[in-house]
Write a protein that binds this ligand. Sequence first.
Ligand SMILES: [Cu+2]
Length: 467
Amino acid sequence: MKAFLTSLVIFICSVSLTLQMKDPNGTPSNFVECMEYEFIIADAKNISQIEVQKFCKDLLVNQMESMAVEMKNPNITNYIKHLARGIISEIENVNSRQKRSVYRFGNVLRREIREPPYDQVWGCYARGVRRLKNSYDVSNTMNTFDVIASLHTGVAIPVGHDGPGFFSWHKAFLRIMEFAIGCPLPYWDTTLDFPMADPTQSIVWSPKFFGNGYGAITSGPFANLPGVLQPIRNINSAGWLMSRQDIQMALSKPSYFEFTEPSPCYNGNRYAYSMECLHDGTHVWLGGTAEPTATASFDPIFYPLHAFVDKIFGLFRRRMIQEGNAVYPDKQITGHAPRDRMLFYNTFPGIESLTHEDGYGENLDQLVSYTSTPSCPNCAGSDDLYCDTTQNICVSRTRQGPQNMAVNRVPMRTNDGIETAEMMEPDSPVRVQRIMNRFGALPIRGPMFGPVGMRDRRTTGISMRFM
Ligand SMILES: [Cu+2]
């Protein structure tokens, strides 16, 4: 009864605000908003749902295409040039205190998202993301977060995925986002969530961290942020979270050859999986925007996930050096040769760029270090982890009470016409099912991570379909 009542709590006070935001002559800024808004209009004007779906899908596809065109704006090119120059000068000046670097950002220590102090670790990252999402200093039509996220699209997909260049490309990309955000990127160690009976109940899926895990993000620091591509999630439908065993397996590979793609992946033999493949499974586990490669970087969860992957890469790299192994994997893959340029290749032809070899090099590695995985008994002193004494490992705490709720906008008939109201409801797969029933396949395009050969048995199988 209590749960039923809570789910019916409607915040009437939000009605007028919501309507004000939706100027009837204005264009909805993203797909989810469009669908919500247009369904109300359709209801009033007797337009079919199929027409509404088509209208909103076309709108989003056009907006994504105009975003790609906007990336050619000289202001954006100059900004990217500034970021690229910064990282290059950092690498060149790593051993020199005298020379000026564009970044002047220095060495950073990246901590697990749940490590204290919250305000300086997760809090600083969350504030930085919000600031970039609300900044239109570089372009009038694209916020600065989306400008940087767009670097992980187009030609970056073949150059930075499915081969050894995956680790170098993402290492540089993380450093660029870190500089723009202005504080060390925290990493999300998924091995702390994996041992939970139900990892979807982890505290990370609460307003304290990532916000809700199902549907459009309406809780936490990333709720309702501006931008064309509003992230949408469908956690735990397929794939997996990387476990301690997975990471140990990856770290025990004899050489870079087995650690990097294309080593066996998706063939059902998890023991053979490369580190890149293991990370693919977590993108699939997140679902929604994080699932297609071309849109994954638009969900702010991307960066803490990749910081964790980079941490594991760093540990493996250190071992390879200690054992006197080759410094770069010997594989013949287009775009992944040691001297191939990894940043903005082709997209920004005039811009200086690093090579994959630089990404595997000592200078870039020296700029970033990571804390070790929180361990028993005190679990890094985190309020959001506890020591499971039966296994002697730290495990994430669960989200509780109001943290289980997310906001859903619903159109309602009132005496004054049709209005939207915000309704609190449990953050669960039900939200995703309703979205799929109403919206159909999402108009998100691009190659997917996957298909996944071996699913975590705990996953639901409720998939968010894509165009
Ligand atoms: Cu990627």
